[in-house]
Design a protein around this ligand. Sequence first.
Ligand SMILES: NC(=O)c1ccc[n+]([C@@H]2O[C@H](COP(=O)([O-])OP(=O)(O)OC[C@H]3O[C@@H](n4cnc5c(N)ncnc54)[C@H](OP(=O)(O)O)[C@@H]3O)[C@@H](O)[C@H]2O)c1
Length: 280
Amino acid sequence: MILVTGANGMVGSYVKEVLADEDLVLTDIPEMDVCDKSKVFSLVEKHKPALVLHLAAETDVDKCEKEVDHAYRTNAMGVQNVVLACQKFGAEMVYISTGGVFNGKPKQVHTEFDHPDPLNIYSMAKYEGEKIVQDLLNKYYIFRAGWMIGGGPAKDKKFVGKIIELCKTRKELDVVDDKFGSPTFARDFVKGIKKIIKTGNYGLYHLVNSGVCSRYEIALEIVKLLNVKVKVNPVSSDRFPLPASRAASEAMRNYKLELLGINPMPDWKNALGEYVKEWK
Ligand SMILES: NC(=O)c1ccc[n+]([C@@H]2O[C@H](COP(=O)([O-])OP(=O)(O)OC[C@H]3O[C@@H](n4cnc5c(N)ncnc54)[C@H](OP(=O)(O)O)[C@@H]3O)[C@@H](O)[C@H]2O)c1
């Protein structure tokens, strides 16, 4: 049985479909707040899952920058609660981290062997979460995701969802062309997790759609896929000051999975195409 935290989020929205053949317990806040150690322990003790898929997190990067205690309480100490429960009740754990742990130069692509250097509070807390998992568990998988795509009109509050919505009303869009990352379609991501957790190759992996791009390139691709007449202008990130700093590149490749010969992830343009088609 797999117990899922944060199951109502973007990634969680693909869990039922992709892991349909598994016995699932889906939980989320407020009933299951991962910051509440006793709740976490009693739930894990009750269900005795073989694996905990830990998706719960505060994913609003700018909120984390302004509410530092909240960020560390949820994204580091919340992880510790889940880790300790897995340790005590003998469950394997999947923890999701982020390409935001990297502080790369424009277009730089990171492997698992590059050193993290997180720039903002969200990424620092997520990196601490990685260390807690690695320090306290033997049987874990850490998957670093890139710029997440998913959830559809109901749940997508991220970049792709915003651009699709803006294309309905605008004739012109200014989009940042100096930040690079790796799109990660949440359905592909959960499919990848499903495949890798069966192998017993415990450890830390990058799990992103292949290819690297800027926000500007994603917006251009969305306009093409929607077949709308919207002009996309490349602009510098200085145009949109935000509370949290972002690296010039947090792009990744699934190098360890490539070396193992089990990289399951398709190209980002194919993944985006599938997602936009579903949205339409
Ligand atoms: N989204 C991205 O771009 C991205 C990129 C890289 C990695 N990740 C990681 O991927 C994982 C899944 O993220 P996602 O994209 O599915 O984010 P999401 O859509 O924000 O989902 C996270 C879920 O966790 C819930 N949650 C927040 N605080 C909680 C708490 N204290 N206890 C229990 N549940 C709590 C959220 O509820 P509320 O909505 O009510 O807060 C939400 O349902 C996270 O570990 C995230 O850090 C995400």
